[in-house]
Design a protein around this ligand. Structure first.
Ligand code: AMP
Length: 502
């Protein structure tokens, strides 16, 4: 089934209901939004000659046109490639080239970051965009199967080259069904507020809200502003939002919200990085029984486990429950396994494996990476965890050494590779250090070959090649890196060294 069927259905059953807001301003009803998606599909097919299965890049900050672009592309049977708006120009170019995108929608602020020799660029809202919307509409969403590719979800690559998790219509419809079963039921008249990037979780959650003919609300700032979020929840009422744990912390510490809660908030879904128990308790105190935690990854989008509202409530096991990421969502099978994939007994720590219709088709044009990650029908998540007798999963570590700062993933290897291209760097190792506001911050240990090398030079070097948010916040210049017998850098020793400083 084509994902745009959800919009087509809402357009028929709730034609006059508000579908899309920019702040407090209504942008479209469901009938209008369905009409725009059908027209955009026509424009993409007839004016640009795109064929079902072709890829369309989305290099856009959060805006109402994001929803039009997503559903217009799907309506035409195309595959969307949403990219994090904070990426570096080099990273945009790489992902667009890797995906073979034939066309790219972009917001005005990001045009300058796009490659001149890349795909055709259509600026959202421009005359070209209007021409697409004036095209002969495609009457019905192009027929799709459950295993038809719908979304290429680019994860930062550990080898410097990003990997595109191939998400099918079936994967995303599974996520949609699990939202209703395991996260929260949604009724018409409710809304989803996009305070987090629509290229990731917030954008994925458009689907369950579309299935319920509920409203999408995009803040005018296009980003995360606690005061604006408070005002929009108050205005719209019955609002849900997805936020990274660091955003939850900032929300509940905002003076206005700390004093009066978030009037009009129905549900706050958090995930994407570790939430500390003390922070969950603070959030429960300020926001009340409105919290749901999810654990997922691009390879099984938003759909591995959930800790629903009831499971946040006080009880004999509240402490352990809040420290966990909840229980398996209804349509996935969960296993904690040893290196061979054999299930481990309750209470033993191992790699988290997932099986079910939410699991990606594989990595785009990366058969080797796919074979490593999908084995015997199981997704090897790279996350470590432990299950208890009641089925609650607690994450232990991230075996891939991922750093999560401000809710965004940073792969140390990518930063290390960038630093190693500086002539004055002999060796380097990058780790995350716990940070009260950001979750983690990036710290680089550097063995310099040039005694004059300093942090400012390395910072300037990083700015040339990787996104700003990935560059180290601190440098430690050392004589040598601690290594084990195999010559592998022992990151645990580096972490201990940092912990010893504070
Ligand atoms: P991404 O593929 O960008 O969605 O990142 C997924 C990774 O974020 C997972 O593999 C986990 O390491 C981490 N993650 C996601 N949800 C949670 C959570 N609720 N608690 C802790 N870590 C999480």
């Amino acid at each position: 089934m084509n994902l745009a069927e959800l919009l087509a259905r809402a357009g028929r059953s709730e034609p006059d209901r508000a579908a899309l807001f920019l702040g407090e301003r209504q942008i479209a009803t469901f009938a209008a939004l369905a009409g725009q998606a059908a027209a955009l599909a026509g424009g993409l097919r007839h004016l640009h000659g795109l064929q079902p299965g072709d890829r369309v890049g989305l290099v856009m900050k959060n805006c109402p046109d994001y929803v039009v672009a997503l559903f217009g592309a799907w309506w035409a049977g195309l595959v969307v490639v949403p990219l994090n708006a904070k990426l570096h120009a080099r990273e945009f170019a790489q992902a667009l080239e890797d995906s073979g995108a034939a066309l790219c929608f972009a917001t005005q602020d990001l045009l300058a970051s796009l490659p001149s020799d890349g795909p055709v660029v259509v600026e959202a809202g421009s005359a070209d965009w209007q021409r697409l919307l004036a095209a002969e509409p495609v009457a019905e969403p192009h027929p799709q199967e459950m295993d038809s590719l719908a979304w290429l979800f680019f994860t930062s690559g550990t080898t410097g080259r990003p990997k595109g998790a191939m998400l099918s219509c079936g994967n995303l419809l599974t996520m949609t069904a699990c939202y209703f079963m395991d996260v929260d039921p949604i009724g018409p008249g409710e809304g989803l507020l996009h305070a987090a990037p629509m290229s990731h979780g917030s954008g994925i959650y458009i689907l369950p809200f579309m299935a319920a003919a509920a409203t999408q609300v995009v803040p005018e700032s296009g980003g995360f502003d606690p005061a604006e979020i408070a005002a929009l929840c108050r205005h719209h009422q019955q609002i849900s939002l997805f936020a990274a744990p660091t955003m939850v912390r900032r929300l509940v510490r905002h003076p206005e919200i700390a004093a009066g809660g978030l009037l009009g908030l129905k549900t706050l879904v958090y995930g994407g990085g570790p939430m500390y128990v003390a922070d969950s308790r603070d959030a429960l105190d300020v926001l009340g029984n409105r919290l749901v935690q999810i654990y997922g990854q691009g390879e099984s989008p938003m759909t591995i486990t959930a800790l629903n509202k009831a499971r946040h409530l006080p009880g004999p096991n509240q402490e352990q429950r809040l420290a966990s990421v909840g229980i398996a969502q209804s349509l996935v099978q969960l296993r904690v396994a040893d290196e061979e994939g054999r299930p481990l007994p309750v209470g033993e720590s191992g790699e988290i494996l997932v099986r079910g219709p939410s699991v990606m088709l594989g990595y785009w044009q990366r058969p080797d990476a796919t074979a490593k990650t999908l084995r015997d029908g199981w997704l090897f998540t790279g996350d470590m965890g432990v299950l208890d007798a009641a089925g609650y999963l607690t994450l232990k570590d991230r075996s891939k050494d991922l750093i999560i700062s401000g809710g965004t993933n940073i792969y140390p290897r990518e930063v290390e590779e960038c630093l190693l291209t500086h002539a004055g760097v002999a060796e380097v190792s990058v780790i995350g250090r716990p940070h009260p506001d950001w979750g983690e911050e990036v710290v680089a240990f550097v063995v310099a070959s040039d005694p004059a090398l300093d942090a400012a030079a390395l910072d300037a070097h990083c700015l040339e090649t990787i996104a700003r948010f990935k560059r180290p916040k601190h440098y430690r210049f050392v004589e040598r890196l601690p290594k084990n017998n195999y010559g592998k850098v022992m990151k645990t020793a580096l972490r201990e060294a940092l912990a010893g400083e504070s």
